[in-house]
Design a binder for this molecule. Structure first.
Ligand code: SF4
Length: 213
């Protein structure tokens, strides 16, 4: 198991609290569940260091408020949508077992969006693996992936996406997603590629076009 203790205080280790950047009820914008209602929590803390990251504010967990799992669960109880999406930052830095158990207890599906760089804790109904070349996912996380979503910043990333697709299970859904700042250049490239390689689908960050969180 990789070590990442610098991110963890005793409450984070126990899984009773998480440092949250944000939490909100919205529509999932991208990937296999695009368009569906979901409650998002964005967990602070990430050491992956993508140069194009649009959430650099997330990197230092000390800048984000520690919130109890009980408080998060309380916020879910009156929602009509029954999907909890945990994203970041990098969720696999943290103990997520208490969160997923309590979310399941009130009838929620649990989805996580992760680079897969660390051991993934908790019980997940859907694992969206978004691998980053500078900090490859653990092999066990490739195997857990329900969905592989590779961000395409330049055309070389497509060859790397193919390498990653050889490591996931045969039922895993495969997505290529244009990096937001270059979506105008890269969408056409991805469309042409998928027409020749139809095992892939395109994922568009539709929430950014809709200007919703
Ligand atoms: S893994 Fe996500 S949060 Fe971390 S640097 Fe990359 S894009 Fe940003």
């Amino acid at each position: 198991m990789k070590q990442h203790d610098k991110f963890l205080n005793d409450q984070f280790k126990a899984g009773t609290h998480l440092p949250l950047i944000d939490r909100f009820y919205t529509l999932q914008g991208e990937g296999a569940f695009a368009g569906e209602a979901a409650y998002f929590i964005r967990v602070g803390g990430c050491d992956i260091g993508c140069h194009w990251c649009d959430e650099k504010i997330s990197w230092n967990p000390a800048q984000h408020k520690s919130v109890s799992i009980d408080k998060i669960i309380e916020n879910l109880k009156n929602l009509k949508g029954k999907t909890l999406v945990v994203t970041g930052g990098e969720p696999s830095l943290y103990n997520l077992s208490v969160l997923t158990k309590k979310a399941h207890n009130i009838g929620f599906n649990t989805h996580v969006e992760t680079s897969g760089a660390y051991t993934l804790t908790g019980k997940w109904d859907w694992v969206c693996l978004s691998p980053k070349p500078q900090s490859m996912p653990l092999i066990e996380n490739f195997e857990k992936a329900s969905e592989l979503k590779v961000i395409i910043f330049n055309k070389e990333d497509i060859a790397w996406a193919e390498e990653c697709s050889n490591k996931v299970s045969k039922n895993c859904k495969l997505f290529l997603q244009p990096e937001w700042s270059r979506h105008e250049e890269n969408t056409g490239l991805i469309v042409d590629y998928i027409k020749e390689n139809p095992k892939w689908r395109i994922s568009i960050q539709s929430h950014k076009f809709m200007k919703i969180p």
